[in-house]
Design a protein around this ligand. Sequence first.
Ligand SMILES: C[S@@+](CC[C@H](N)C(=O)[O-])C[C@H]1O[C@@H](n2cnc3c(N)ncnc32)[C@H](O)[C@@H]1O
Length: 231
Amino acid sequence: MSWREFWNRQNTIYVNDRHRALHDDQVARGICGLVRTPADIVLDYGCGDASEGETVATKCARLYLYDAAPTVRARLRERFAGTAGIEVLGEEGLAGVADGALDLIVVNSVLQYVPKRDFEALLDGFRAKLNPDGRLVLADIISPDASALGDIGALLGFALRGGFLVAACAGLVATFFSDYRKLRAQFGLTRYGEDEMKALLVAHGFTATRSPVNIGHNQTRMMFEARPEAK
Ligand SMILES: C[S@@+](CC[C@H](N)C(=O)[O-])C[C@H]1O[C@@H](n2cnc3c(N)ncnc32)[C@H](O)[C@@H]1O
């Protein structure tokens, strides 16, 4: 099984409905905080189930949702059928977004599942789709020296604050025996140092800064904001 196949199947990453709801709410609020004007056109790349997509859509003119997993896209299409301002894209739809059309691209908690060579190709695509004043936000980036203990600590803190600590502890045990752990051991997670990520962004035509806070609950991970360099 690959990471893509993993995300295309049912998984137990979210330990219960409350965890999922709090996570989706936090991510949506994070994305809302990045939208600059109600006219913005936004792409949430690798959006997952995005159950709070409507919250984001109220802040911008159009929200494109794209996820590599066909089963995720099918759920998104069902959830957002007829929702004004949200369009769920497949591969062709994504390729068909006009160059220069996007004001903001958010990629949250995705790049750890993407090989580095594929990420470099993605960067060129993102660069083309952004308008000259647009921004690319890469969030939840795992540094090479981050440990699984940091992820566990962040989850338990989130669970304590969110009132799902017991479920989170049970979820950690379940994860230990899950496909996720096997895949993590087999393929690992793609990691970037701060300087490495900035250098990659520059090499692909962006200026880049590290943001002081990450989207979501895990502040051991990094977020970067990149803008197309003037040609
Ligand atoms: C941890 S979830 C994050 C979902 C969402 N961005 C969030 O923050 O809740 C990772 C998502 O990335 C998607 N994904 C993995 N590889 C991808 C790729 N190469 N392109 C687009 N999506 C991808 C998976 O299908 C999955 O839905």
